[in-house]
Design a protein around this ligand. Structure first.
Ligand code: HEC
Ligand code: HEC
Ligand code: HEC
Ligand code: HEC
Ligand code: HEC
Ligand code: HEC
Ligand code: HEC
Ligand code: HEC
Ligand code: HEC
Ligand code: HEC
Length: 324
């Protein structure tokens, strides 16, 4: 028994060690098969024909670092660190199979393009890139990044800002941030990456925390509780009532009040606590304007919350039914 345990422990230790080292060792850069036998000819040769590209790439973080302070053999290759060995390309420049290109026009398969970048950038935020929805939809790193010029202040983005980079493809989300009530994303107070990691995550849809609620708690910590009186749908999922990007209802609500509450709560019926027919409750609700035909003043505006204000939960000893 003890021996088996020791063996298992050793195996586990070996596994942890190898997994732990993998990101440091990096992925392999994968080249096009036709590039077999190509050698590295150095940036001077590239610049002879690509002076134009050289003039704008010289301002970028990569090329500055690779030229001034290369940390390893790959970085010393400068252009060829990303584009692969160029000897065959220099001899036959029209042949698209002889150099790794990152433009759509050049048609290098996207997984080969990405392997060039992941060689240095595997792990960290890209831990879950493989299998992520962006990877399986065949996005290339260069759909969001342009290392050839400094279009954004940081992160070498393809567009001026993160939001502009994302809405190249996510137009619908852009219109959500223009609704009457919305997160201040287009105003520049926050951005898509406050909630999403575009490189892949374990939580769908590309959410940065272990659950949707955990994403919200990073900024709205007071909603985390714990509360003496918990409201079940809040603990379960903020999106039960809120639309995270934006909504035409007040406070990002999915549905206007009181319909928001009536989706789950009924007058009368035998539906346990979801029913509003408990002792003492029915009368209050009837005088409160529920169930009648004429609209009652108490049902306007915050409606149910005129009497149940602590809708996210209450820490008042007498806060049962979220009444204080
Ligand atoms: C003798 C001139 C010459 C040399 C040397 C040369 N290239 Fe090119 N390269 C070209 C030409 C011309 C094209 C465009 C071919 C076309 O569009 O059909 C090209 C295309 C490319 C492309 C694809 C551009 C795209 O549309 O995506 C890349 C990447 C590239 N070269 C990188 C390099 C690198 C890196 C080096 C140095 C290792 C290099 N080139 C050396 C002439 C050269
Ligand atoms: C950090 C990786 C990286 C380095 C270093 C790099 N490139 Fe690029 N290169 C790219 C990417 C990505 C693109 C595609 C940019 C885009 O989407 O337009 C590209 C595009 C190009 C193109 C196509 C024309 C264009 O500008 O879009 C040429 C030619 C080129 N690179 C040559 C070079 C040369 C020459 C060097 C060295 C002076 C170099 N690259 C250094 C990643 C790199
Ligand atoms: C030879 C290694 C190497 C390769 C290949 C490489 N990078 Fe980098 N990259 C670096 C280093 C070093 C930095 C500097 C910051 C750091 O250490 O993360 C960097 C920084 C970045 C940054 C952050 C820029 C900023 O302003 O903070 C982005 C984005 C990036 N790389 C994307 C790419 C993409 C996309 C590719 C492939 C087209 C690529 N890199 C290829 C080594 C590399
Ligand atoms: C869907 C868009 C998108 C794709 C695809 C994408 N990135 Fe990024 N990347 C971003 C954004 C946005 C940022 C800035 C994040 C921030 O500021 O927190 C970023 C930041 C980075 C950074 C710098 C900060 C960090 O996370 O270390 C690196 C390096 C990087 N990306 C590499 C890559 C590589 C390599 C690929 C391809 C495997 C890739 N990215 C694909 C959007 C993307
Ligand atoms: C080149 C196009 C493109 C760009 C740029 C892009 N995406 Fe996507 N994104 C897609 C595609 C394709 C899908 C999968 C299909 C879909 O759900 O629309 C997707 C899906 C998503 C999803 C949904 C995941 C799911 O599980 O349903 C999120 C979240 C997302 N992207 C966020 C971002 C963010 C944040 C950015 C900017 C940093 C970004 N995307 C940039 C193309 C893109
Ligand atoms: C305040 C956090 C937050 C911000 C900021 C944010 N998202 Fe989301 N996003 C979410 C949540 C939470 C979901 C899941 C919604 C659900 O399950 O009901 C989501 C869902 C998505 C989806 C999946 C389809 C959908 O709409 O449900 C896409 C695509 C997406 N977001 C893109 C973006 C883009 C692009 C940006 C920036 C322009 C962005 N998001 C900014 C929190 C955010
Ligand atoms: C990165 C920080 C951040 C995250 C994460 C975040 N929020 Fe917000 N939230 C804000 C800011 C900033 C405002 C605007 C406050 C203001 O304008 O006074 C806001 C406002 C709101 C509002 C009120 C809108 C209004 O009209 O007054 C609601 C509701 C809300 N957030 C819900 C959520 C939900 C649900 C999530 C999780 C999906 C979430 N938030 C995640 C920062 C965040
Ligand atoms: C049962 C429905 C419901 C659920 C679930 C819910 N909320 Fe709310 N939320 C509301 C209502 C209704 C309002 C408007 C309150 C008002 O007008 O006083 C609101 C308002 C807010 C506000 C703005 C006003 C304030 O109280 O700060 C934020 C922020 C907020 N909710 C965050 C969250 C977060 C985070 C979650 C998940 C932990 C969540 N909500 C879950 C119904 C809900
Ligand atoms: C997604 C469904 C859902 C929505 C929407 C919802 N609730 Fe609830 N509510 C519940 C559930 C589930 C419980 C817990 C019932 C239990 O404990 O058996 C609950 C409990 C309550 C209770 C306490 C009942 C008791 O017996 O302690 C009150 C009061 C209440 N909700 C009011 C509201 C109000 C007001 C709204 C609208 C702002 C609302 N609810 C929206 C599902 C919902
Ligand atoms: C005029 C004030 C008032 C209004 C408006 C009001 N309630 Fe109530 N509600 C009460 C009182 C009082 C109770 C009983 C509290 C108790 O017994 O502790 C109650 C109890 C409840 C209960 C628990 C029922 C039970 O069986 O114990 C639910 C669920 C509830 N209300 C939901 C709602 C919803 C949903 C709305 C809006 C559609 C609403 N209330 C509007 C005063 C009100």
């Amino acid at each position: 028994m003890t021996r088996i345990t020791t063996v298992i422990t050793r195996l586990a230790a070996a596994l942890i060690l190898s997994v732990g080292l993998a990101p440091l060792a990096g992925a392999e850069q994968q080249l096009l098969p036709q590039m077999e036998g190509a050698t590295y000819i150095g940036e001077k040769a590239c610049i002879e024909c690509h002076g134009q590209e050289d003039s704008h790439v010289s301002d970028t973080l990569h090329v500055k670092m690779f030229r001034l302070n290369p940390k390893n053999a790959t970085e010393k290759r400068v252009c060829e660190a990303c584009h692969g060995p160029g000897s065959l390309h220099a001899k036959d420049k029209e042949n698209k199979d002889l150099i790794i290109g990152f433009t759509r026009n050049w048609q290098t398969p996207q997984h080969l393009q990405n392997s060039m970048c992941l060689d240095c950038h595997k792990g960290g935020n890209r831990m879950h890139w493989e299998g992520s929805i962006h990877a399986t939809n065949k996005l290339a790193c260069s759909d969001c990044h342009n290392p050839m010029e400094k279009a954004s202040v940081n992160s070498l983005l393809a567009k001026k800002s993160i939001v502009e980079t994302c809405i190249q493809c996510h137009q619908q989300q852009r219109s959500e941030f223009m609704k009457r009530s919305h997160m201040p994303v287009l105003e520049g107070k926050m951005s898509c990456v406050d909630c999403h990691n575009p490189h892949g995550t374990v939580t769908k849809p590309l959410l940065k925390a272990d659950s949707l609620n955990d994403v919200c708690y990073t900024c709205h910590a007071e909603k985390r509780g714990p509360f003496i009186w918990e409201h079940a749908p809040v603990r379960e999922n903020c999106a039960n009532c809120h639309q995270p990007h934006g909504s035409n209802q007040d406070k990002l609500l999915r549905v206007a009040r009181p319909m928001l509450c009536s989706q789950c709560h009924f007058i009368g019926g035998a539906n346990g606590n979801l029913s509003m027919a408990g002792p003492g409750a029915t009368a209050a609700h009837l005088t409160g304007g529920l169930g009648g035909t004429a609209p009652n003043a108490r049902m306007v505006g915050r409606s149910c919350q005129n009497c149940h204000p602590m809708i996210h939960g209450s820490n008042h000893p007498g806060g049962e039914r979220f009444r204080r």
